[in-house]
Ligand binder design. Structure first.
Ligand code: PLP
Length: 382
């Protein structure tokens, strides 16, 4: 955890009150929560009343997707449609599919280009053709790092009066996140992605946009999200958001230089390696710390294990279904074939990454790819 966030958490744990209680200990805890709400609102250029505290990104996504759908579907009947991109995180994708299966939602999946960018003309067509309950498109993708044109998407949604939800879990601290400027109706945030504690996050929700609660109970958080608030975690989360926003541009510049050195090194040292996602390595079209490659002929999982043994952490983005690794749904949505998707890996650079880390990857990757490719071709031999 970020040192300043941990300090704030420790200070707040000295208080014993429940922020919903009226006695003085409760009022002291309430003050901590309200100060945190104001700090987050100020960092993201939104109103404090828009900040709904939750248990994290997954809950915020579920609340936005289900809550916006339910609040509008009642008047739309069977034609109520959810518009979503196929490259969403499972915390969005699965609620959308759940609504389709259990609540009769129609789902319109948006086309994306080879870099994972949503096709705005396709969105325009979808918005006018259907009775749309909500549009959900993530601010930045967690696997390939593509940053979406969220301001343009929000403008199209506003023009048709449709609420727009965006998952900004990966974007916060990496690219500018100005909620007022973008004009989204609902924005998901998670604390642990910006150096705050696990198990806390927020949905920034325009107070004018009705949402049906997912959690019912004590009526906390404007009756949108019941449950006793964890004041110390919320205070630490606010500190982490403040820090992430204050240091975003410096952080992005540093990590982008390292990432670009790594991309150049990997492409030069591994024959056939392909960089996936946006080629906007200098600008804001790709998360600055994201590098995602395909190594043709390799199994990503085998390569991941070889790199792990060499002290390099990376991720395949594949999900296990019934014990069988499935290729990443994000890569499949980009039109990548299954075999290529299986040979793909993501490297993430962050606050603690150094040039020595990059040098290490460039040194250990070529022999690891060679070994993984040999193992792959031996397995494929009849
Ligand atoms: N959305 C995105 C884009 C993510 O990357 C993650 C987590 O990695 C989540 C949602 C889920 O957030 P949480 O872990 O806070 O539930």
């Amino acid at each position: 955890m970020l040192a300043a966030a941990r300090q704030r958490w420790l200070e707040a744990t000295e208080l014993v009150g429940n922020p919903s209680s009226l006695h003085s200990a409760g009022r002291a805890a309430r003050r901590i929560v309200e100060e945190a709400r104001e700090q987050i609102a100020e960092a993201l250029d939104t109103r404090p009343s828009a900040v709904i505290f939750t248990s994290g990104g997954t809950e915020s996504d579920n609340l936005a997707v289900k809550g916006l759908f339910w609040s509008r579907a009642a008047t739309m009947g069977e034609s109520a449609t959810v518009i979503a991109s196929g490259i969403e995180h499972h915390a969005v994708l699965d609620p959308v599919e759940w609504l389709e299966k259990h609540e009769g939602a129609r789902v319109r999946w948006l086309q994306v280009d080879a870099a994972g960018r949503v096709d705005l003309e396709d969105l325009e067509r979808a918005l006018t053709a259907d009775a749309v309950s909500l549009v959900t498109v993530m601010w930045a993708n967690n696997e390939i790092g593509t940053v979406q044109p969220v301001a343009e998407i929000a403008a199209l949604c506003r023009a048709t009066g449709v609420p727009f939800h965006t998952d900004a879990v990966q974007a916060l601290g990496q690219v500018p996140v100005d909620i007022h400027a973008v004009g989204a109706s609902a924005v998901t945030l998670s604390s642990h992605k910006v150096g705050g504690p696990f198990g806390v996050g927020a949905l920034i929700l325009d107070p004018a946009v009705p949402v049906t609660p997912v959690l019912h109970g004590g009526g906390q958080e404007r009756d949108v999200r019941s449950g006793t608030l964890d004041a110390p975690a919320i205070a630490a989360f606010a500190e982490a958001v403040h820090h992430a926003v204050q240091h975003q541009s410096l952080h992005a510049a540093q990590v982008r230089d390292l990432r670009n050195a790594m991309v150049a090194g990997v492409l030069a040292s591994v024959p056939g390696a392909v960089l996936n996602g946006s080629d906007d390595l200098a600008g804001g079209g790709r998360l600055p710390g994201n590098a995602h490659f395909t190594f043709p002929g390799c199994e990503g999982d085998a390569l991941l294990m070889l790199l792990d043994a060499a002290g390099v952490d990376c991720s395949t983005g594949s999900a296990c279904t019934a014990g069988i690794p499935e290729p990443s749904h994000v890569l499949l949505a980009l039109g990548v074939d299954e075999q290529t998707a299986r040979g793909s890996l993501r490297f993430s650079l962050g606050r603690t990454s150094t040039q020595a880390d990059v040098d290490r990857v460039i040194a250990v990757l070529p022999p690891a790819v060679e070994r993984a490719a040999r193992a792959g071709s031996a397995r494929r031999r009849p």
